[in-house]
Design a protein around this ligand. Structure first.
Ligand SMILES: [Fe+2]
Ligand SMILES: [Fe+2]
Length: 291
């Protein structure tokens, strides 16, 4: 036992571009050009915003030719969530491999969770929070990235405990670090000034009943996480997790009868997520997965 809490883990500082985008998108007077001007300072973010606005995911009729067009298509909330996700990928994904752990597989899991959380949220609460549910799903496991970067030898032990003793990631982290990736991710979201709905979705994705606000987002991400575990390969190699559709339905508070349709919807929607899945091309292990 180390007796560490995430307060004693050095959280990485927020990239400057993201800080400015969060500030401007929160301002009631901001115009699309103001947001576009900041996005354009970052070449890789500009490309992501333009490509995503023109991707199948947004089904746009006219091509977005400029970053300003793209910001209008996507909306401020989407651009802010996209900038947050892109910053996480660019600045937090480790450049090293951990034996038995797949970063690419974790990204596929995260995108599946995002799509599932969005679909479940739509069923749970009408249409209002799907955007936040998607972003929170994409980022729900960021605490694992922080751990891998800041305490790599401990993270290696966590992965070994999951693989060798069939612990869940949270159990292994609590045993070895006295904290877990949901708490660490929530602390990072707070430090990086993510919107409260995103922070709650990340911090409570394993215990949505503890969320004080945005419990619907936390529940959608929690159930989406289970559905992603059912639908995609585990990122700790050799570990198989049995999740039933009833488990997913119970976590979401939805009837089991509609779950097959949600699985179909998630599968179809994943086909449109090529742009976001492609962000993993520069992650460690990309060549191995492509081969
Ligand atoms: Fe998790
Ligand atoms: Fe997860």
């Amino acid at each position: 036992m180390l007796g560490r809490s995430s307060k004693r883990i050095d959280l990485p500082s927020m990239p400057a571009t993201l800080a400015r985008i969060i500030q401007v998108t929160n301002s009631p007077d901001a115009a699309a050009e103001d947001v576009a001007n900041i996005v354009m300072l970052d070449q890789s973010l500009s490309t992501k915003v333009l490509r995503l606005a023109n991707s199948a995911y947004f089904c746009r009729v006219n091509k977005a030719e400029t970053v300003t067009d793209a910001v209008v298509t996507l909306g401020f909330a989407s651009v802010r969530n996209l900038a947050a996700s892109a910053s996480v990928v660019n600045t937090l994904f480790p450049r090293e491999m951990f034996p038995g752990f797949g970063w690419q597989e974790m990204w596929v899991h995260s995108v599946t969770c995002a799509v599932a959380a969005e679909a479940l949220c739509r069923q749970m609460s009408g249409s209002s929070n799907q955007e936040s549910a998607f972003a929170a799903g994409l980022l729900h496991d960021i605490g694992k990235l922080v751990l891998a970067r800041t305490l790599p030898s401990r993270f290696r032990q966590v992965v070994e405990a999951v693989r060798d003793y069939n612990f869940s990631m949270v159990q292994a982290e609590k045993n070895l670090l006295s904290t877990d990736h949901a708490k660490i991710g929530g602390d990072l979201a707070e430090q990086w000034s993510f919107p409260e709905s995103l922070r709650a979705g990340i911090a409570y994705h394993h215990m949505p009943e503890d969320a004080i606000d945005h419990e619907d987002i936390a529940r959608a991400v929690s159930a989406g996480n289970l559905l992603a575990k059912r639908m995609s390969k585990h990122y700790v190699f050799g570990v198989a997790i049995e999740v039933s559709l009833k488990d997913v339905a119970d976590a979401a508070g939805l009837p089991c009868a509609g779950m097959d349709r949600i699985v179909d919807e998630v599968r179809n929607r994943m086909q449109q997520c090529g742009e976001i899945l492609a962000w993993s091309n520069s992650m460690p292990g990309a060549q191995a997965m492509a081969a």
